[in-house]
Design a protein around this ligand. Structure first.
Ligand code: HEC
Ligand code: HEC
Length: 291
């Protein structure tokens, strides 16, 4: 009877810890946030149902964008060194070769129309504020012209897949600010320049797959303000697929042994199970004389 009472007390205490304290701590430390929104439904300035004209888009990009951005895959190399570009714009403008592949179409169109509101940075660059954002808004372009630009960017984006895509997406979407030391990837903008430009250092992301975990990264990259209100990290606007590629890259670099570790786990459990049976049989044999 005594054993049953002890068991009941243990079950009650474990129950309180599990169902009372743990979810409470979880809800304080990891508050529930809205699920990632890959439609970027808050952006409605450009009618993205318009079909774009690639040739006109090419002309518009050549007239408006390549003064700041390189587009290596379309034969427009970077015209300044990284250091000079960072000095001129605060941060090195990203190469646009893969933009049509990695960014969500609705985000990209609305970003060109108004970068600050698309990136959720109105708190840093309020309308009429003293500081202008480093990329001008193309809100003077007609929606049709913006969709032409988008169609052109989509037409030139290289078709890559697998690990090449993971790396390219990281380099083009995050690589102007973040390094990935474990993969010997150096951000195009220097640490000091980023700090001056953003007001905060952009951390090396080699280990964030372990320290932050996939679930956090999925929500955070989709909309940093939801998890870290007031952060200077911009919303980057990746499509769901591209965001998965970035996270896959972070995992390949920061947790390359994950698959191996998980497959070993099964064997360890099997080993413990067999060992427990053997230990039990051994105990029975040794104590058999006494019982
Ligand atoms: C005066 C220089 C300048 C011009 C002109 C310019 N950009 Fe940018 N662009 C930048 C800078 C700087 C950034 C990075 C800003 C940041 O991360 O804070 C950027 C970022 C971007 C991004 C990344 C968006 C994201 O979510 O990360 C895209 C896409 C882009 N520009 C497209 C264009 C297109 C298309 C044009 C022409 C219609 C253009 N830019 C013209 C300076 C420029
Ligand atoms: C224009 C620069 C810029 C770009 C582009 C950028 N980041 Fe950041 N990121 C920052 C800065 C600055 C911080 C630090 C924010 C702070 O301390 O408020 C940061 C913070 C982070 C953090 C840490 C959040 C935490 O919990 O501490 C992660 C993870 C991250 N970024 C991932 C990414 C990924 C992935 C991409 C590309 C899809 C990306 N960032 C693109 C500037 C950038």
């Amino acid at each position: 009877m005594k054993e049953f009472k002890i068991l009941a007390i243990i079950v009650a205490l474990v129950g309180i810890t599990y169902y009372g304290i743990e979810p409470y701590a979880h809800h304080v430390m990891h508050p529930e946030v809205k699920a990632a929104d890959f439609t970027f439904g808050d952006l409605k300035n450009v009618d993205t149902s318009l079909a774009g004209n690639i040739d006109n888009g090419k002309a518009l990009v050549e007239a408006n964008c390549i003064a700041c951005h390189s587009i290596e895959k379309a034969g427009h190399p970077q015209i300044m060194s990284n250091a000079d570009a960072a000095a001129a714009y605060g941060v090195v403008p990203p190469d646009l070769s893969s933009s049509g592949r990695i960014y969500d179409k609705n985000y990209l169109a609305n970003f060109i129309f108004d970068p600050v509101s698309a990136m959720h940075l109105s708190h840093k660059y309020p309308v009429g504020g003293a500081k202008a954002f480093s990329m001008p808004a193309y809100n003077w372009m007609k929606p049709q012209e913006i969709m032409d630009v988008v169609a052109y960017l989509q037409s030139i984006a290289p078709k890559v897949a697998g690990k090449d895509a993971h790396k390219e997406t990281f380099a083009d979407a995050c690589g102007r600010c973040h390094s990935m030391g474990y993969a010997k990837f150096e951000a195009t903008t220097s640490k000091e320049a980023i700090k001056t430009y953003m007001g905060a250092s952009a951390p090396d992301l080699s280990q964030h797959i372990k320290s932050r975990k996939e679930h956090f990264l999925h929500s955070f990259i989709n909309d940093p303000q939801l998890l870290l209100a007031g952060t200077s990290m911009p919303r980057v606007g990746l499509s769901e697929k591209a965001q998965e590629e970035v996270i896959a890259y972070m995992e390949e670099v920061g947790d390359s042994k994950k698959a191996e570790r998980e497959s070993v786990g099964l064997w360890v459990m099997l080993y413990t199970f067999v060992f427990a049976i053997l230990a039990y049989l051994w105990k029975r044999k040794i104590w058999s004389g006494l019982h």
